[in-house]
Write a protein that binds this ligand. Sequence first.
Ligand SMILES: CC(C)(COP(=O)(O)OP(=O)(O)OC[C@H]1O[C@@H](n2cnc3c(N)ncnc32)[C@H](O)[C@@H]1OP(=O)(O)O)[C@@H](O)C(=O)NCCC(=O)NCCS
Length: 315
Amino acid sequence: MHSLEFEELTEENLQDAVRVCNASLRYDSFKASTIRRVAFQDPNAEAGLAVLAYEGGEPLGFAIGCRRVRQPTEMVDPSAGWIKVLAGVAGKGIDEYGVLDSVCERVEVELGRLGAKVVRVSDMASWHVWPGIDLRYETLLEVLESRGYSKVGQAVDYLLNLRDFWVPRRIMKKREELSKRGISVTLAQSGERDAVSSWVKARFGPCWAFEVANSFENAGEGAGTLVARDRNAGEIIGFSTHGALEPNWFGPIGVEEKRRNSGLGSVLLFETLRLMKLKGVAEAVIPWTGHLFFYTQVPGIVGVRHYQTMSKKLG
Ligand SMILES: CC(C)(COP(=O)(O)OP(=O)(O)OC[C@H]1O[C@@H](n2cnc3c(N)ncnc32)[C@H](O)[C@@H]1OP(=O)(O)O)[C@@H](O)C(=O)NCCC(=O)NCCS
């Protein structure tokens, strides 16, 4: 029998959570700000779902559970649960597998008690760390599989070294060509927040609208949204955001459906990455995507992370 003691995540033990995550999840580097963002700053947060596990005072395990109970209002579903992060390291009397299993069990029981019927790991859009579990976290995946989870989706992140990034001539030409046709690409100003996020909401849903609105809130920390406009028609036709959730994250990006495949998305993509580089971002991430060629055209891609989204029914 192991002797793990559980504590709820607070500002006081937050550094223990950071330590456990960075010791356990070797392909990530967790900062306190990320844990605060997905735990305390998520309007859906409920007591008892973000927990640390200790063995004799030593932090060994950490997990954040969640249900979508408040935001976005259109997507509220109290029966849908998530485990956003799950981390564990071996202690004296318990191995890594045992810690992960116990912490997962603890959060599942709590989610079930609150009324969740299904649990997903870890794609709780807009308040997520990952779109799923990195395939290299084998023990984590083995624990989830043994607990009855199965794969329900997959996605990748592209990792970019912006020191090796440049804008190809074909993209500059495309931008000029679009400009001659009356299409402008400019950084949205603070007064445009509602107009831009409503446009995004109508076409791409409330999560992306939230992220776009967040980019205006975080403008002081380098975030922003580019807007493409057809000056002749006087309407927005595309957007591209950066720094909305994490300072070095690209996206979301979207182009009005009937305007796609004419190079506008690529112009927005490159212009956003250029802005991020100018703001001093060295290592950028294009998180949570299934697009291949749209992103592989970018110089400076140094890695791809592959994630598997896992889910199981509770009870
Ligand atoms: C992704 C999106 C923004 C692209 O916008 P777009 O204006 O169509 O982009 P472009 O015209 O520059 O590129 C379109 C296609 O041509 C390809 N392309 C562009 N330039 C190219 C080149 N020089 N050589 C080869 N292929 C090229 C791109 O790879 C892309 O392929 P894909 O859409 O099959 O992945 C748009 O499809 C969209 O809004 N999709 C819905 C929202 C979405 O999925 N956003 C991304 C989430 S990660």
